[in-house]
Design a protein around this ligand. Structure first.
Ligand code: NAD
Length: 499
């Protein structure tokens, strides 16, 4: 099944209207399973971004948005949730054609999009200011306000889910947004405009500019009309964007890359742990920020677990992501495939051994797309690049260990701190590890469990700030402290701080 995109040349969405870019140039987008270009997006420039930011600034103060009570704002978000539920199947197909993720996976993902909107809809009139008990002669209260115009930038691996987290939380707190999807996968986000419009979102509240990171993205994060930058993507782009934000002292929220450890202790359930390792690195062809790309196996179960993982991974059905029988689809685009294969070469050159896979698959129809075999490296040393750098593909590095302290040292010995998995039946050890691991998410005897009601975000080079849960609303709002003197008496001493 494919989706008939009536309008194969998309327009951007600014101030409630579909518009062309003033640059008058376009970028093609390729289906990674077939290598065929199937739509084009405007390659926006600084002038287009300026138009979008100005529309968002106007909408911020427009009574059709600013005049809504928080309860009415919540109802609007709830209508988005309802409309999103009706669109889920179509958007899942669009995303699978865009980034090559399995249709089974994108359908399951899209089932959560309405939940994200519904969750934040519920918060709209519940997170508010408070009175602070200072001294009797003053009234000090806190106003929780929108930050203003939010610049939101998302990557290609889960476009609409990541965008929904940013949009729903930002709108919940009364902000307006300019969103830039990845140039690799803009279709599902542009199609989602129909959902936003059907819910009755006023013009300018959400604007979408398409194009490249270095041009449209950079113009957006540098724009003086932007009050907050929320970015999900690679650590290097995140660094460039954070520099831009720092130039204007603009708050930024960073959800970046990872090199997450998946740790199996000697007492773990071998079958469950092997499944968890497979899910961690081969689901979505390893193109998940939380990919469990470093497997640490206790020497007592090293062979038992690794044999199972190799056996199961060796049977993985690679192929058309639209088929319900496929287990691993293509990687998202050609240059990314080449980068993954380069890393396989790096691992070999560093002296690690390929236990499974390691090549591009090209038999039959696979030749048209970008298919990389599930790959497992043994004999990996902690200081090798394949153990330290994010590959963002189906490549697992396996390292043995003997003691808890030893593996903790390995696990935390990375610039990243996004997620970690721990497999053990010893409850005390599980929670000791959870306490000591430097990761924003720790999974015990599971991997990849996520929910919009739980805060998600990394430590160290994996970023700062949280998406999801009540914590994300703190990111998308600001607090103002208001002091009122309740006394008619003259100030005792004007030269001393009043407390
Ligand atoms: P990327 O950093 O190349 O691009 C992400 C987005 O940023 C795109 O929209 C791109 O156009 C834009 N961009 C790039 N450079 C920019 C710049 N200088 N200024 C402004 N915008 C710029 O990442 P990608 O290849 O699209 O996605 C993969 C990365 O995303 C991986 O590192 C992955 O770990 C990370 N990721 C993180 C999370 C998380 O929640 N932590 C979730 C998903 C993906």
């Amino acid at each position: 099944m494919t989706v008939d995109i009536a309008q194969r040349t998309y327009q951007m969405y600014i101030d409630g209207e579909f518009v062309d870019a003033r640059t008058d140039s376009f970028l093609g987008s390729v289906n990674p399973a077939t290598g065929d270009e199937w739509y084009q997006i405007p390659d926006a420039g600084a002038e287009d971004v300026d138009r979008a930011v100005k529309a968002a600034r106007r909408a911020l103060h427009d009574p059709r948005w600013a005049g809504l009570s928080p309860t009415a704002r919540g109802k609007l978000l709830s209508r988005v949730a309802d409309a999103a539920a009706d669109f889920g199947d179509r958007l899942a197909v669009v995303e699978t054609m865009d980034n090559g993720k399995l249709i089974r996976d994108t359908r399951a993902t899209y089932a959560t999009v309405p939940l994200i909107w519904e969750y934040f809809a519920g918060w709209a009139d519940k997170l508010h200011g408070q009175v602070v008990p200072t001294v009797d002669t003053t009234l000090n209260y806190l106003r929780r306000e929108p930050v203003g115009v939010v610049a939101a930038i998302v990557p290609w691996n889960a476009p609409l889910t990541l965008a929904s987290h940013k949009l729903a939380a930002a709108l919940c707190m009364g902000n307006t947004v300019v969103l830039k999807p990845s140039e690799i996968t803009s279709a599902s986000i542009l199609e989602f405009v129909e959902v936003l419009e059907s819910a009755g979102l006023p013009p300018g509240v959400v604007n979408i500019v398409t194009g490249r990171g270095a041009t449209a993205g950079d113009a957006l994060v540098s724009h003086p009309g932007v009050d907050l930058v929320t970015f999900t993507g690679g650590t290097e782009a995140g660094k460039a964007i954070a520099h831009r934000a720092a130039e204007r002292h603009v708050r930024c929220l960073m959800e970046l890359g990872g090199k997450s450890p998946n740790i199996v202790f000697g007492d773990a359930d071998v079958d469950n742990a092997a499944n968890g390792l497979i899910a961690g690195i081969f689901a979505a062809a390893g193109q998940a920020c939380t990919a469990g790309s470093r497997a640490y196996l206790h020497r007592d179960v090293y062979d038992a677990v690794l044999d199972k993982v190799v056996e199961r991974a060796g049977r993985i059905t690679l192929g058309d992501p639209m088929s319900d029988l496929t287990e691993v689809g293509p990687v998202a685009y050609e240059a990314h495939m080449n980068r993954i294969l380069d890393y396989v070469g790096v691992g070999r050159a560093e002296g690690a051994t390929v236990r499974l896979g390691g090549t591009r698959r090209t038999e039959g129809d696979l030749a048209r797309g970008y298919f990389v075999e599930p790959t497992i490296f043994e004999g990996v040393q902690q200081d090798m690049r394949i153990a330290r750098e994010e590959i963002f593909g189906p490549v697992l590095s396996v390292i043995p260990f003997t003691s808890e302290d030893e593996v903790l040292g390995y696990a935390n010995d990375t610039p990243f701190g996004l997620a970690a998995g721990v497999w053990t039946r010893d409850i005390s050890r599980a929670h000791r590890m959870a306490q000591r691991l430097d990761a924003g998410t720790v999974w015990i005897n599971t991997y990849r469990a996520l929910s919009p009601i739980t805060p998600f975000g990394g430590f160290k080079a994996s970023g700062h700030g949280k998406e999801g849960g009540m914590e994300s609303l703190l990111e998308y709002s600001r607090v103002k402290s208001v002091w009122t003197n309740l006394s008619d008496a003259a100030t005792a001493d004007p030269f001393v701080v009043q407390r």
